[in-house]
Design a protein around this ligand. Structure first.
Ligand SMILES: NC(=O)c1ccc[n+]([C@@H]2O[C@H](COP(=O)([O-])OP(=O)(O)OC[C@H]3O[C@@H](n4cnc5c(N)ncnc54)[C@H](O)[C@@H]3O)[C@@H](O)[C@H]2O)c1
Length: 268
């Protein structure tokens, strides 16, 4: 059972939370893919809220840069190896499953190795990290699991079979963790971004621009944002703000949910 029936003062420090407070002081956070894009923004915001952050990434240079910037620690891990992934879980109070990649191809041409690799990095590793983190969270009666899913965790798009499959799987995993963790003070939620201004999307824009022989700005406007009412990309820091809110005061009843942050894309 949780020893904190009310997390209005989650760290017992008397902090009331909110902007500028360190409500995560004394908490340890693990952020996968923390070296770039959304993961880097989440790492920064968690550190600002007082957490010690383990920046997990296969890219040593970027992970070490972010860790140095926020006074955290870098851990260089290739999450396509779920055994290696499991080693970052123990001791975490907050787990942000964020590392990911995209591959675009029709199902009948989709490389099976790429499909398997995306499953390992984006679904099996989150399972292994959380599996390793939960016993400590249960002992301490508090934990936050944040799964960076996607609007593709809720909807499909053609040519993204592995991504859509993995993100739908992550949604199921997150809800199951929420059900099991509820009596231990552990919440689990998904964040479902639309198109966010990160290297992952910038690569897709560049590829599409070549494919369609149009300028990159036109790809953003005509392809990416075609059915997005808010005509701009989401910023990584906006996603990070939502992630950190989910770790903040007054969120112990927010669990098993999915939070689109997509400029209204899924409202159609
Ligand atoms: N950018 C978007 O528009 C968008 C939209 C919805 C969801 N997402 C999700 O957000 C997450 C982060 O995406 P991003 O846009 O910040 O991407 P990004 O490419 O900027 O960052 C991804 C990070 O994950 C790391 N990574 C990839 N494979 C890894 C592996 N095998 N082991 C360890 N680290 C690995 C990369 O090195 C990189 O630092 C992903 O799960 C992605 O699916 C992104």
């Amino acid at each position: 059972m949780s020893d904190r029936s009310d997390d209005l003062d989650a760290n017992g420090s008397g902090e009331s939370g909110g902007a500028g407070t360190t409500f995560l002081a004394g908490r340890r956070a693990v952020v996968t893919g923390g070296g770039s894009g959304i993961g880097a923004a989440v790492s920064r915001r968690l550190a600002e809220a007082g957490a010690s952050v383990l920046v997990v990434d296969r890219n040593a240079e970027s992970a070490e840069r972010v860790a140095a910037e926020i006074g955290g620690e870098a851990r260089i891990v290739d999450l396509s190896d779920p055994d290696a992934a499991a080693e970052v879980g123990p001791g975490a109070d907050v787990v942000v499953n964020n590392a990911g990649m995209q591959h675009v191809a029709p199902v009948h041409q989709f490389p099976p190795d790429t499909f398997s690799r995306m499953l390992a990095v984006m679904l099996e590793s989150p399972f292994r990290i959380v599996r390793a983190a939960l016993p400590g969270m249960y002992d301490r009666g508090w934990g936050r699991i944040i799964n960076v899913s996607s609007i593709h965790g809720l909807r499909a798009s053609p040519y993204k079979s592995a991504y859509v499959t993995v993100k739908h799987g992550l949604e199921g995993l997150s809800k199951t963790i929420a059900l099991e963790g509820a009596s231990h003070g552990v919440t689990s939620n998904c964040i479902c971004p639309g198109f966010v201004r990160t290297p992952l999307v910038e690569r897709q824009v560049a590829e599409q621009a070549v494919l369609h022989r149009v300028p990159e700005a036109q790809v953003v406007e005509d392809v990416l944002l075609a059915r997005t009412p808010v005509k701009r990309l989401v910023e990584p820091d906006e996603v990070a703000a939502l992630a950190v809110w989910l770790c903040g005061p007054g969120t112990s009843s927010v669990t098993g949910s999915s939070f689109p942050i997509d400029g209204g894309w899924a409202a159609h």
